[in-house]
Design a protein around this ligand. Sequence first.
Ligand code: FAD
Length: 415
Amino acid sequence: MSELSDKDVVVVGAGVIGLTSALALQRAGRKVLVVDPNPPGSGASMGNAGTIADFAIAPVGSPTLLKRLPELLFDRAGPFSIRQAALGALLPWLARFAWQSLPGKAQRNMQAIAALTKDAGPRWQDLADSIGAAHLLKASGCVYAYASPAEFASAKQDLSRRAAFGVPLTLLSPADLAELEPGWPRVDGGAVLFPNAQSVIDPQGIMQALTTTLIEAGAELCAAAVDTLSPHQGRVVLSLQDGRALTARQVVVAAGAHSKPFCDQIGDLVPLDTERGYHLEFDGQETRLSRPVCSAVDGFYCAPMVGRLRAAGTVELGGTKAPLTEARVANLARRFALLFPDLPKPSRAWMGFRPSMPDSRPVISLSKRGRQVVYAFGHGHIGLTLAPVTAELVTALIEGTEPLLSLADYRVDRF
Ligand SMILES: Cc1cc2nc3c(=O)[nH]c(=O)nc-3n(C[C@H](O)[C@H](O)[C@H](O)COP(=O)(O)OP(=O)(O)OC[C@H]3O[C@@H](n4cnc5c(N)ncnc54)[C@H](O)[C@@H]3O)c2cc1C
């Protein structure tokens, strides 16, 4: 179609990473087209727990998790599980994940993640102000609650590692937690408050604000799925699944968990897979808590959001093709009911695809084709948190300017 013929920058994917990158590029004077078959922000970016988690510097793979991996993976109801049907396909990713969980690797990954999470809160404040969404960002910290003393004790090493990286945190006794969050069930262990964390109280609303601002800034949106990318004579040719084609000077691949085929087409082999995550929502129940509280043993947050309480989290390895696993939804509902026995039934359930690398570091990188194709995906559990810094780094890569930090740790060819 002629109106799609030749573009300046095309961003593939309108999740929080694609939208923030597109906005930063448009503000830098580029002419941006964002292509996505689905409504902007309707993937993982709208279903998350909403935490701007400057404290979330620990990679998923750690020596502690590695020891428990066999037990966890085959406990279908547990916080970290695997769809048996997907086991074969997942083995290469799992092998890399296990390798990255070794002590030296995990420490290195933490360092690489911490370099990105630093200043996540102020960056989000600036972004939210600039898109008229400051009212959707709440600066009230975030809590991890530990039900038993043993659970709390076993978390201490992880907490002191985070503190060593400069993450502010305050340990809370059961009485402190009861005072801070009277709606949370009584724990025997304790809790930790991450006071600098912020939360988005309506992820969908903030995606809408980003989209509106992007269009007002002059960017275009195209509702279509990109099928293939191929560099040709100084341009990148994008063929769309509906049969149309367009060319672009430069392309940003930000299709979240669906980014791998584009890397394959360019010739960059990347071990991207997905950690499927779930949420349940309870309409009208948001007043029970005043900030997101994570039940550490369950691996999910309870986050008060506009008009509802959202329980979001857990990991299910199982690829992007299979639908939501009903048994996991039922289990999440059961665990949640143990915390809040008086809650009504969930109003809705959702499953989405975290784009996950075995080392929990995102890919923010030039491709084999240099600045013609730039990658921005693989943000795993902290894509919302890292969106503003990623957008700034993507802009530097596209423009060929000096990035604010070294990108060696996030290169596509690091494996
Ligand atoms: C349960 C859960 C809780 C979470 N909690 C938090 C949290 O509290 N804090 C935090 O920071 N992060 C959290 N995350 C992680 C965060 O949501 C993700 O890292 C982030 O949303 C990833 O953004 P993205 O833009 O890369 O991907 P997505 O939001 O998934 O967007 C990718 C987009 O690419 C599009 N796309 C796919 N294929 C194509 C194609 N062929 N052509 C064009 N477009 C395509 C999709 O339609 C989609 O819109 C959570 C995730 C989950 C699942």
